[in-house]
Design a protein around this ligand. Structure first.
Ligand code: MLT
Length: 265
């Protein structure tokens, strides 16, 4: 793990391998360890940078709402420090929301996009209200109720039934998240803009990945992104839920590896 001071924060990150850069952004309420299997697989051929977004893992917690744009600027500031100009940008769920914000702000920095278990739309009023309730609960009761509320939806039924080590890993990641960081991100996600209008303007080669049983950002959202982003490729991982990279690492890595190998230098 390394740390860098940017934009008034300490950002923790891992930086593995050498070659063309791939930057992977974790979802909510996780941390960079979400990408352990992808970093291990890709580091043989690529430079893989996995940051803890502000408020998560070992990065600084900021109390104000952590907007997707702020997180995107943090990531670009980190990459500036690392002298990485162009990169493949991947994000899972909230990481995908940050990827959209980053693409809108810095399209020329992005060689290609990987959108995993995410969606372009903003929140409904109901979802926004739910986020505020969850943010308050995190601040008053800690992460346990958040883990209890989210876990059933984060993983596919088969993962819950047959892969206790994945369930435990996701639960531990959630419980290790600073409650104030989670609350800031919930409030930031509630403020995020609808990115649907960006999709037809995306010219970066794009891979969309989704668990066939993702209950949070279901395959219909992935299909929408495939349809609206020119030339996008869609990979549906049967039997996986919202954490498709953890639930189906080999399939996920194969799709990602093939996509990366086919990119123009
Ligand atoms: C995530 O996995 O990042 C979150 O479930 C996304 C969300 O709450 O919208």
């Amino acid at each position: 793990m390394s740390k860098v001071s940017v934009r008034g924060l300490e950002l923790a990150y891992d930086d593995a391998g050498a070659g063309a850069a791939v930057v992977l952004l974790h979802g909510f309420p996780f941390d960079r360890s979400l990408w352990r299997e992808q970093a291990a697989a890709l580091a043989a051929t690529h430079r893989v940078v996995t940051p803890d977004l502000r408020g998560f893992g070992e990065s600084t917690v900021v109390d104000e709402p952590a907007t997707m744009e702020q997180m995107a600027k943090d990531v670009v500031a980190l990459l500036d420090e690392l002298r990485i100009e162009r990169f493949v940008l991947g994000g899972l769920s909230m990481g995908g929301y940050v990827a959209f914000a980053l693409y809108r702000l810095f399209p020329r920095r992005v060689r290609a996009l990987v959108l995993a278990d995410t969606r372009p739309q903003g929140d409904t009023d109901e979802a926004r209200a739910g986020r505020e309730t969850m943010a308050r609960r995190a601040l008053t009761e800690g992460m346990r109720p958040i883990a209890d509320a989210m876990l059933p939806k984060l993983l596919a039924p088969a993962t819950h039934a047959g892969r206790p080590e994945i369930v435990a890993r996701v639960r531990e990641m959630i419980l290790a998240t600073p409650p104030a960081g989670a609350a800031a991100a919930l409030r930031g996600m509630a403020l995020r803009r609808d990115q649907t209008d960006l999709l037809p303007d995306i010219i970066a080669p794009t891979l969309v990945l989704v668990g066939g049983e993702d209950a949070i950002t279901p395959p219909a959202e992935a299909e929408l992104m495939r349809r609206e982003i020119r030339g996008a490729r869609l990979e549906v991982m049967a039997g996986a839920g919202h954490c498709s990279n953890l639930e189906r690492p080999e399939e996920f890595n194969r799709a990602l590896g093939t996509f990366l190998n086919e990119l123009e230098p």
